[in-house]
Design a protein around this ligand. Structure first.
Ligand SMILES: Cc1cc2nc3c(=O)[nH]c(=O)nc-3n(C[C@H](O)[C@H](O)[C@H](O)COP(=O)(O)O)c2cc1C
Ligand code: SF4
Ligand code: SF4
Length: 333
């Protein structure tokens, strides 16, 4: 097991160790509208003969965005992304449905309004161009300001780009980076030198080298819009001097903002691609005016939906170990 992290580190060259979730399309209901194609963060889908279908061999991350964005209830997801061996081993044991199962608790009936937003919030990937008033954006950021933080250090700062032309400039600056990174990554399938290099890099930096993220990278290249047509982008910056683990604080702050936004009738999509670009490209970092002690951690796009995606979808079961009354047990199927 300890040696696992040195095996199957470059997955595109080893399709024999991974399997994907599958998409089942009800052809009676499918109108070929293409919403699922537009919403898929991995560009796994296409419409042929007015029916949606999966493109062979592209990594599906099992997010159910296609299901959530289908207004005709014509598409379902089955199974999960599984890797059987090696560094990226991920085996999702799962009963068939995977929808939330809400335990019945005495004195609590149904979902609370907060739970409702939590379960139904989806990453929206089809935005309307309708602008968001500055006051509403401010209200969303305000929910982030009241997030808890280590030692109350409040290590956040924000860049609000509530201007589509500015967002287009940022997207143009990032496009060559993603084009280069994803081409390089997938060239390892055929080039043994690149594969060797990527295998070593993966073993050292697995979070950066997961093939699902790289597939996502190919899906945002122009003429697609990395910002999904949204009218507003908010960068979340973190103070490098933040107590203990500033990244946890920024995550909580962002989720406060996202939940507040959805409760206000807005929709969002987290957008770390924007932060990676700002981190890796010095000219973009300068353009945005990001200076020490702040670093770009992540970003969120927000706006109004052209297609409403907020709904419940399938998720993995949590890996929970219970310890109580001297007994220990695992909650797994
Ligand atoms: C910190 C973070 C960064 C993300 N960055 C991106 C991104 O750059 N682009 C994108 O399309 N989705 C991004 N996502 C959205 C995830 O793909 C999405 O949350 C996941 O597939 C689950 O789908 P859901 O949000 O509908 O539950 C990000 C999510 C998180 C939490
Ligand atoms: S979104 Fe639904 S109806 Fe539209 S193409 Fe996809 S599966 Fe068909
Ligand atoms: S589950 Fe997600 S990644 Fe897979 S096809 Fe649907 S939208 Fe694409």
């Amino acid at each position: 097991m300890a040696l696992d992290k040195y095996t199957y580190t470059y997955l595109p060259a080893h399709p024999e160790v991974w399997s994907l979730s599958t998409i089942v399309v009800d052809e009676e209901k499918c109108t070929g509208c293409g919403n699922c194609v537009q919403a898929c963060p991995c560009a796994c889908l296409e419409v042929v003969g007015k029916k949606a279908r999966m493109i062979e061999g592209i990594v599906c991350m099992g997010c159910s965005a296609c299901v959530a964005h289908c207004e005709k209830d014509a598409i379902q997801m089955r199974g999960f992304y599984n890797v059987e061996k090696g560094l990226f081993r991920t085996v999702h044991l799962h009963p068939d449905d995977g929808y939330p199962k809400i335990p019945e608790v005495e004195g609590i009936e149904g979902l609370t309004p907060v739970e409702e937003v939590i379960y139904k919030r989806r990453s929206n990937r089809i935005f309307s161009q309708k602008p968001v008033p500055d006051e509403l954006v401010r209200r969303v950021v305000e929910a982030g300001r009241f997030a808890p933080s280590h030692g109350n250090c409040q290590p956040w700062s924000f860049i609000i780009v509530n201007d589509r032309e500015e967002m287009d400039k940022i997207a143009d600056m990032m496009d060559p980076l993603y084009r280069y990174l994803t081409r390089f990554y997938f060239s390892g399938k055929t080039n043994p030198i690149v594969r060797g290099l990527l295998s070593v890099t993966s073993a050292l930096l697995p979070p950066l080298m997961d093939q699902r993220a790289m597939t996502g990278g190919t899906a945002i290249l122009k003429p697609k819009d990395v910002f999904l047509g949204a009218p507003c982008l908010i960068y979340l910056l973190g103070d490098k001097r933040g107590i203990n683990n500033m990244y946890v604080d920024i995550g909580i702050c962002g989720q406060n903002m996202v939940l507040a936004a959805h409760s206000l009738g807005l929709v969002t999509c987290w957008m770390s691609f924007a932060a990676v670009g700002a981190k890796m490209l010095p000219h973009l970092k300068r353009y945005l005016g990001i200076k020490w002690p702040y670093v770009p951690v992540t970003a969120i796009v927000l706006g109004y939906p052209r297609v409403k995606a907020d709904s419940m979808v399938k998720r993995e079961l949590p890996r929970i170990v219970w310890r109580k009354g001297g007994k220990t047990w695992q909650e797994m199927p």
